[in-house]
Design a protein around this ligand. Structure first.
Ligand code: ZN
Length: 157
């Protein structure tokens, strides 16, 4: 049986791909063999053999899965990325760095959008005659209502 800490490395093209055993193997009975594969640049992906019981899996089974892995140049920067057709990944052919920078950009965009919505709402309220003080009072009143509702709810059990 494979040790939970077992790792194996092969070279795919000029990339070294390291396999480790996914915790799913022992967390979910009957899950089969699942490995996590990683590139030196931090990218990772999964390969799963549901037919192979984990307690019967050996290094050759890991090797067999590992050899399915294909590494392609990142579609943006040319860095090493997993071919999404060869492994289970949500990176879509991007290397880890490009994938993460997209996530950061999406997060920053969502934050800017949210702040713009709040600012627009406040501007609208002010235009309709609310003062900054009214806005604050409104917030305090809403908070007080929430607290009262909680207390009331708690009393009723
Ligand atoms: Zn990239």
């Amino acid at each position: 049986m494979l040790d939970s800490q077992h790792t194996q490395t092969i070279t795919v093209g000029d990339a070294s791909v390291t396999a480790s055993i996914s915790p799913c193997c022992w967390m979910y009975p009957g899950h089969g063999l699942q490995i996590r594969v990683a590139l030196p640049n931090g990218g990772s992906a999964y390969l799963h053999d549901a037919e192979k019981p984990f307690d019967q899996a050996c290094e050759a089974d890991v090797d067999r899965l590992l050899r399915r892995v294909r590494v392609i140049p990142c579609s943006r920067c040319g860095g090493q990325a997993f071919d999404p057709g060869s492994v289970v990944t949500n990176r879509n052919g991007l290397c880890e760095r490009c994938f993460l920078s997209d996530l950061d950009a999406e997060f920053a965009e969502a934050k800017v959008k949210e702040q713009a919505e709040i600012a627009a709402l406040e501007a609208k309220m002010i235009a309709e005659g609310s003062t900054h003080r009214d806005l604050c009072r409104g917030r305090i009143a809403r908070m007080a209502k929430c607290v009262l509702a909680l207390v009331f709810h708690k009393k009723r059990g």
